[in-house]
Design a protein around this ligand. Structure first.
Ligand SMILES: *[C@@H]1O[C@H](CO)[C@@H](O)[C@H](O)[C@H]1NC(C)=O
Ligand SMILES: *[C@@H]1O[C@H](CO)[C@@H](O)[C@H](O)[C@H]1NC(C)=O
Length: 382
């Protein structure tokens, strides 16, 4: 036995020396070999877990008369977008107010609409955009802009995670993509999976610093007036990693599905995949068996820097960012054929994409300082 092996136990030698030497070691079946093959979707699973504190915490806000609806948040909008013009040919390009447009503290990422939430396209009769921002400086937090598309006025709401029967804490994640489905807001949690927030429990809090319950028994959320609490999570199960970078709803699938995509800047040894998980429209959760959600479809794609996308069953629209001064590209793809590029279709910094079936429009937001638009493009995708 040579010196290097001397410290290694016989059990290791039995199990692993053979594997190291053997060319027949099974590769991870979730990996991408050719780069554009279909994968066995049964290997992609998420475990459902409910937040057990939410029901008790909800009772406290209900008893205090501190529960709000989506309409009430929209009617209390305290900021205004302005109409702009953006590179490419969007049908509408809206700018945040100047503070939100130029801040380096908050970075916009995810986009969804009332067209994802309900097939009618409206929620409580309102036409709404939701956009997620992660906090890039100071503490980690995520806020969601509720935009009333009738007025283009908006208000930010802070995401929180119930952490005790009488308290909540910050949600310190990247929030790259969001998808609204009924009363559930799905938010990606990069290496972990998805978190779900409960649109039936928007709470009003006191305007002051700090997130959670104060020593005086009040609730605050870093001076935001409303919080949206987490109700459950779906956690990635496999030992090999998956990057949950962005998410969208596919209403052309049966059942409806959530499409999740991976962002990678290099494909050396890293798979780039698209996966669909089945939604249950009766309770707005992911369909599962004893809490385990199994994907309905999984595929490799050879597109770097994919920041967002949506599918209409077999037609995929995907956005690729380049850099802050170069327009982003749009790819269209159907499995079995090669992807087609529309170079410079989107402005620089394209992010999450979302399709609105009721209005035959799709949306995205762009992230770079001073170049932050919410964009709408007309187009029917069957
Ligand atoms: C989560 O809560 C729902 C009810 O809202 C329940 O039906 C489901 O079984 C729970 N999931 C788990 C994994 O406990
Ligand atoms: C499209 O829908 C058909 C029928 O529901 C299904 O078999 C197929 O897997 C779907 N394609 C994708 C890419 O989801």
């Amino acid at each position: 036995m040579n010196r290097i092996l001397r410290g290694i136990t016989p059990a290791f030698l039995l199990c692993c020396a053979f594997q190291l030497a053997s060319p027949a070691v099974a590769a991870d079946a979730r990996a991408c070999d050719s780069g554009n093959e279909q994968l066995d979707s049964s290997l992609f699973t998420l475990q459902e877990s409910n937040n057990t504190y939410l029901p008790d915490l909800a009772k406290i806000f209900e008893a205090a008369g501190a529960k709000a609806t989506v309409s009430q948040v929209l009617d209390s909008a305290n900021r205004a977008m302005s109409k702009g013009s953006a590179p490419g040919s969007p049908d509408e390009a809206w700018l945040w107010n100047s503070g939100d447009s130029t801040t380096t503290k908050w970075i916009p990422q995810g986009t969804t609409s009332s067209g994802d939430a309900l097939a009618s396209g409206t929620y409580e009769g309102r036409n709404v955009w939701l956009v997620s921002w992660y906090q890039a400086e100071g503490d980690g937090n995520v806020r969601i802009s509720f935009v009333d598309r009738a007025t283009h006025q908006y208000r930010h709401v802070l995401l929180v995670e119930p952490s005790a029967k009488d308290n909540f804490k910050s949600v310190a994640i990247h929030a790259g993509g969001i998808a609204w489905y009924g009363n559930a807001l799905y938010v990606v949690d990069t290496s972990k999976g998805l978190r779900v927030f409960d649109m039936d429990n928007i709470w009003t809090v006191d305007i002051a610093d700090g997130v959670g319950k104060t020593s005086a028994g009040k609730y605050t959320a870093n001076s935001y007036a409303y919080v949206l609490p987490q109700s459950r999570s779906y956690t990635w199960q496999a030992s090999s990693s998956f990057r949950h970078s962005w998410v969208s709803v596919d209403r052309a699938d049966s059942p409806d599905t959530l499409l999740i995509g991976e962002y990678q800047t290099t494909d050396v040894n890293l798979p780039i995949r698209l996966v669909k998980y089945p939604l249950d429209y009766t309770n707005r959760r992911l369909q599962n068996t004893n809490g385990v959600v199994t994907a309905t479809w999984a595929h490799c794609v050879n597109i770097l820097r994919m920041q967002g996308g949506f599918a209409r069953n077999d037609t995929f629209y995907l956005g690729r960012s380049n850099n802050a001064n170069t327009n982003s590209d749009r790819w269209t793809w159907s499995p079995g054929s090669s992807a087609k590029i529309s170079t410079g279709f989107f402005p620089p910094g394209v992010e999450d994409l979302s399709y609105n079936e009721a209005r035959k429009e799709f949306y995205t937001s762009t992230e770079h300082v001073g170049k932050r638009w919410v964009l709408s493009y007309k187009g029917e995708v069957n």
